[in-house]
Write a protein that binds this ligand. Structure first.
Ligand code: URA
Length: 281
């Protein structure tokens, strides 16, 4: 039988489960009888059963209560429209102060593009232009990314673009580990809402954070990775992720554009996009 939860306990539970979700933990299990095998010599089976029963009646109703049901799914899980889901995720992010990057930002750079995109690009983090305009990849690197997208035969508005962190790191430094980890659940939820067929990690920071592996670009590029965020819909088989050079790196070393183009061609082939005549310029 379910009991009504004490409002304060319910609030604490909701907070705890929400925190777990933000850390990427979605599944919760009720432990029923694990301790029965660990019978100590001083405790009889029947005593132990009584104790477990008492624990169950105290804990199980709390866990089974609608409190858990209401937070066990992210709010966007209740909607099937990806645009509506993204809106809910944005609302949940709020005026985020979860990590220190909020201190220096002008605005949160959530992500932009087609909520039903088949292709999603993930960069590192907003720079000064993005911070000022609230949109990813709008500066010089963004111009080059636009050219790359165009060269693939797509338009910027066809794809979805986001970053590992949503706030500008001071002085355009690399985002730190705790900042990436704090922001990551929101990016994962965006990916789960969009369910792209393919993703491209732009640069080593994006690749390392998405794939949780540390390797040089030379090893990360040129192959596919299966990618499916924890907690995403079971009916979605997941995305395929490719790694290529960050546009800012290509601006510094344009000789690598040919290599980046090879990566994009691999993506185009998978998405069934006809190879256009011209490569990245
Ligand atoms: N570099 C990034 O990684 N992301 C942006 O949005 C802009 C520049």
């Amino acid at each position: 039988m379910l009991r009504t939860l004490d409002p304060e306990l319910r609030r604490a539970l909701v907070e705890r489960v929400r925190y777990c979700h933000e850390m990427g933990i979605y599944d919760f299990y009720r432990r029923e009888s694990a301790a029965l095998d660990e019978t100590s010599s001083s405790t009889s089976q029947s005593e132990l059963r009584e104790e477990m029963a008492a624990r169950k009646s105290a804990v199980a109703p709390v866990i089974a209560e609608d409190a858990l049901a209401s937070v066990n799914s992210n709010p966007e899980r209740s909607v099937s429209d990806p645009a509506a889901a993204l809106k809910l995720i944005r609302e949940d992010l709020g005026d985020c102060t979860r990590c220190k990057l909020h201190q220096g930002r002008k605005q949160i750079v959530f992500g932009v593009g087609n909520p039903r995109a088949e292709l999603m690009f993930v960069g590192e983090g907003p720079g000064a232009d993005e911070d000022a305009q609230g949109e990813p990849f709008v500066g010089r690197a963004g111009q080059l990314l636009n050219n790359m997208i165009k060269a693939m035969g797509l338009r910027r508005e066809d794809v979805y673009i986001a970053n590992i962190v949503k706030c500008r790191p001071p002085g355009n430094r690399q985002p730190e580990r705790d900042e990436c980890e704090t922001c990551s659940p929101f990016l994962m939820r965006q990916i789960a809402a969009i369910t792209p067929k393919a993703m491209v990690a732009l640069g080593a920071t994006a690749a390392k954070n998405l794939l949780a592996i540390s390797a040089p670009m030379s090893e990360l590029r040129g192959r596919w990775y299966d990618f499916k965020p924890a907690g995403s819909d079971a009916s979605w088989p997941g995305s395929r992720l490719a790694v290529t050079y960050h546009p800012a790196f290509l601006l510094r070393d344009p000789r690598q554009k040919g290599e980046a183009w090879k990566d994009l061609q691999m993506v185009m082939k998978y998405l069934g996009i006809e190879p256009p005549k011209k490569a990245v310029d």
